[in-house]
Ligand binder design. Structure first.
Ligand code: CMP
Length: 140
């Protein structure tokens, strides 16, 4: 079993899509191990995306991610990291495959509804950013 970190971003919350998106995730076979709703301060959003701090979109990304509440979720499944990235689709919803979460719901690549970890190593770091071991509930 593998874990990944999803974040339902502020646009997902504003559009009232928490329920439908979580349904799509669980119908795809992911188990929810932990979940919370949090309004990130700019420095906290910036810390999460620190690897992107030299990129031209960093300032807008931090402003967007701290613009309202978001919902970090720890997901578990075999091959969770790759399978979740397939489920959410490409960063730019215009390039995302039919039926993916971003293709269905996202407006553009800055406001793209959901985040998913891009490797096992980053999944562990990102899960630790939002959750403690005690928060992770065994579903077995
Ligand atoms: P995410 O998977 O959360 O990881 C980094 C985020 O930066 C990405 O999704 C996008 O929402 C955001 N972003 C904004 N502009 C760009 C861009 N031009 N290229 C890549 N990512 C971008």
């Amino acid at each position: 079993m593998e874990r990944t970190l999803a974040i339902l971003k502020p646009d997902c919350v504003r559009k009232n899509l928490i329920g439908p998106v979580i349904s799509q995730i669980t119908e795809a076979g992911f188990k929810i191990l932990a979940l919370r709703m949090v309004h990130l301060a700019p420095h906290t959003a910036g810390g999460f995306y620190a690897v992107h701090r030299e990129r031209p979109f960093y300032k807008d990304l931090v402003a967007f991610m701290s613009s309202g509440p978001c919902v970090p979720i720890v997901l578990e499944k075999e091959n969770a990291v790759a399978d979740f990235r397939a489920l959410i689709g490409a960063t730019d919803p215009k390039e995302a495959e039919e039926g993916t979460i971003r293709q269905l719901h996202a407006d553009n690549k800055g406001e793209n509804i959901v985040h998913g970890s891009d490797s096992d190593e980053n999944a562990a770091i990102e899960i630790g950013y939002f959750f403690q071991g005690l928060d992770l509930v065994s579903t077995h």
